[in-house]
Design a protein around this ligand. Structure first.
Ligand SMILES: [Zn+2]
Length: 317
């Protein structure tokens, strides 16, 4: 039997057909094109689901269940997307509507939770008992796996690790609080730190960070500081040291609270690999509560990329 996972994103809808070994055997996608009516989006999801099956030469009869990962607050019990800022929907009975189209059991989950489950089943946290996955993107997404199960609290809205405050009265966060981890440690946070540094040097073109983005501050991205640091630029190193400090503060908090076997980092910045992990491990070693335990949390990068959310969604239960 096969399972189907759908990643319902703000930009794309991607369906992946998975075999019993958590491997995606075929994928199909289309644009999400929001805002548009719920029923239209369900039609598109059903279409890409069928297309993925066709590509693999698998009939829908061989598909055991379908899972959907959604950015926002979802209720996996009722199959209702309660609220999604990206998709502009409230109280959308997506499981029921998809079941009507495909005649299958349809489960839903928050996309960060689904991605954490994917990494746990088939990626960097494979073989772990307890794992935490974070994604450094526009914000900081978090997913917590305890004893092999997604933990999202009594109302399914938990695991918002990006919204723990690390600087009291700090930078404004999109959630309304000040000083959230996400405001400092997301890719956006790093971009802001890089821009602040460039502006402090009055946009001097001889300044490496400014040179790398071609003198256009709007071209600063999550790689700019890493690229400049690689060329030995001391200002970029300073930016990164500040960034690593904020990022590690949250990571140490997570380790102290959960003591997971694996803590994995995903998102574009995780492509920096050891250049990211090495300095973080150093701070974690100095600051973690359990310095003398034999068993310590393994910090690593996520290995499945966007596939994690698809695989996790496919294997929801
Ligand atoms: Zn926040």
């Amino acid at each position: 039997m096969y399972r189907l996972g759908i990643d319902l994103g703000g930009t794309n809808i991607v369906a992946g057909l998975c075999d019993e070994n958590y491997k995606i055997v075929a994928k199909a996608s289309c644009k999400t094109n929001v805002p548009r009516p719920e029923s239209d989006i369900c039609d598109s999801m059903a279409e890409v689901a069928k297309k993925a099956c066709e590509k693999a030469g698998v009939s829908m009869d061989e598909v055991e269940s379908i899972g959907i990962g959604v950015p926002g607050a979802v209720n996996p019990k009722t199959g209702v997307i309660e609220y999604s800022a990206n998709l502009h929907f409230h109280n959308w009975e997506v499981s029921k509507m998809m079941n009507e189209r495909l005649g299958k059991k349809v489960l839903i989950e928050n996309d960060a939770n689904a991605a954490a489950l994917g990494e746990y089943l088939a990626g960097s946290a494979k073989g772990a008992k307890n794992a935490v996955a974070i994604t450094l993107g526009t914000g900081v997404g978090g997913g917590i796996i305890i004893n092999g199960k997604i933990y999202s609290g009594s109302n399914f809205a938990g695991a918002e690790l990006g919204h723990m405050v690390i600087v009291k009265d700090g930078k404004e966060c999109g959630c309304g609080r000040k000083g959230c981890w996400e405001a400092y440690s997301s890719a956006t946070g790093l971009i802001n730190l890089t821009k602040e540094k460039i502006l402090s040097e009055k946009l001097d073109y001889s300044f490496m960070l400014n040179k790398i983005c071609g003198g256009d501050i709007n071209k600063v991205n999550g790689k700019t500081a890493f690229d400049a640091a690689e060329q030995g630029d001391p200002d970029a190193k300073e930016v990164l040291d500040t960034y690593f400090g904020y990022l590690a503060t949250g990571l140490v908090n997570i380790i102290n609270i959960f003591q997971p076997d694996v803590l994995c980092i995903g998102g574009g910045i995780s492509n920096q690999g050891e250049n990211l992990l090495r300095p973080l491990r150093k701070i974690i070693e100095e600051e973690r509560y359990t310095k003398h335990n034999d068993k310590q949390t393994q910090l690593c990068t996520c290995t499945l990329g966007n596939d994690a959310g698809i695989i996790g969604a496919a294997f929801l239960d």
